[in-house]
Design a protein around this ligand. Structure first.
Ligand code: GLA
Length: 329
């Protein structure tokens, strides 16, 4: 009998490049998802994709997940390698998450694969397993935000995640707010300066201790100018997440939008992970009547921008709503 699992994509509202130093983030799971229809009871993992070329056909202990072809199979193989299941599956994958657009299509595939392979455990354990898989598949030292919000999302809410304790708190998104995502450019974090940013944060922590505990004032005293800029971004961004949660809870969309714009400027000027096309899109969005604020979202160097707007204010882009996390369907 065919079974089904589904895992949503995500958009991050605020709290960018903070997760891998144990900081605060506020993403939401979105109403676009990756689905796997399958049956169990095979000694291999065999998946075809409706949207991507090639067929993934793996043993239950794949030797080198990062080398698997077609390349989307790397994520599947890395999850299989992490789980070492006794029993495989045969089925197909389909998705309406734009692939390679920065909306976590790869993390959704990881989480869906783990559920299809019979993962049992908490949302945090599922996210931890899939984060390890992402590292195996790509070698990029990403944080836990994407996998955790995909595993634990709550309908109608963003999730404020403390990436150190892994506690998460659903924060209601006011009904009179619309979240709109605009695609700017395809990107992959492999080969991007993402890994270098992670290293710069480590250098900042070697100088002043954990960034999640540091104040912007402490960060501003770091001698190396680049490391200082990165640390000032992270420490101010952590504060913006808390203020953003307060603004959403108070229904103060003007304040929430202004914090998104501050976040964007910090990512552009201090973290240097935006692009001219993303900056232009954010400027244009912010000049549109009914838009409270906008920013780049995700790892940057391409991907998407996200806007907080009055319903109907924007006619281009995808209106997304917050949905529950991954599940067996
Ligand atoms: C990517 C990573 C996340 C996070 C963001 C930046 O999406 O997968 O872990 O670091 O970039 O906030």
């Amino acid at each position: 009998m065919n079974r089904r699992v589904a895992a949503p994509g995500r958009v991050n509202l605020i709290g960018e490049h903070t997760d891998y130093t144990g900081g605060l983030v506020m993403p939401m799971a979105i109403d676009r998802s990756t689905r796997i229809t399958f049956h169990r009871g095979s000694d291999r993992v065999h998946l075809a994709s409706v949207d991507e070329p090639g067929v993934v056909d793996l043993p239950l202990a794949p030797a080198d997940p990062a080398a698997v072809q077609p390349s989307w199979g790397r994520y599947v193989a890395a999850v299989v390698a992490e789980m070492a299941p006794h029993d495989g599956l045969r089925g197909h994958v389909s998705t309406d998450i734009p692939i390679g657009a920065g909306l976590s299509s790869s993390a959704a595939l990881e989480v869906a694969t783990a559920l299809a392979l019979g993962f049992r455990g908490t949302a945090v354990e599922l996210a931890q397993l899939c984060r390890r898989a992402e590292h195996r598949a790509t070698g990029v030292p990403t944080g836990i935000m994407d996998q955790l919000v995909i595993a634990a999302g709550v309908r109608g809410h963003a999730l404020m995640i403390d990436c150190h304790t892994l506690d998460y708190t659903p924060v209601p998104i006011p009904r009179e707010a619309q979240i709109v995502v605009q695609f700017i450019a395809h990107r992959t974090l492999e080969g991007s300066p993402y890994t270098e940013r992670v290293a710069q944060c480590a250098a900042a922590e070697a100088a002043i201790g954990p960034l999640r505990l540091a104040t912007p004032e402490l960060a501003a005293a770091i001698a190396d100018p680049l490391v200082r800029s990165r640390a000032v971004h992270v420490t101010t961004e952590n504060r913006r997440v808390l203020s953003f949660a307060d603004a959403l809870r108070a229904g103060d969309l003007t304040a929430a939008g202004a914090l998104m714009v501050d976040s964007h400027r910090s990512l552009r000027d201090l973290y240097e992970c935006s692009t001219p096309a993303m900056d232009a899109a954010v400027d244009e969005l912010c000049a549109t009547p009914g838009v409270y604020g906008a920013r780049m979202t995700g790892g940057g160097f391409g991907g998407c921008v996200v806007a907080l707007a009055e319903p109907g204010a924007l006619t281009t882009g995808w209106v997304v709503s917050a949905v529950d996390g991954a599940h067996r369907a």
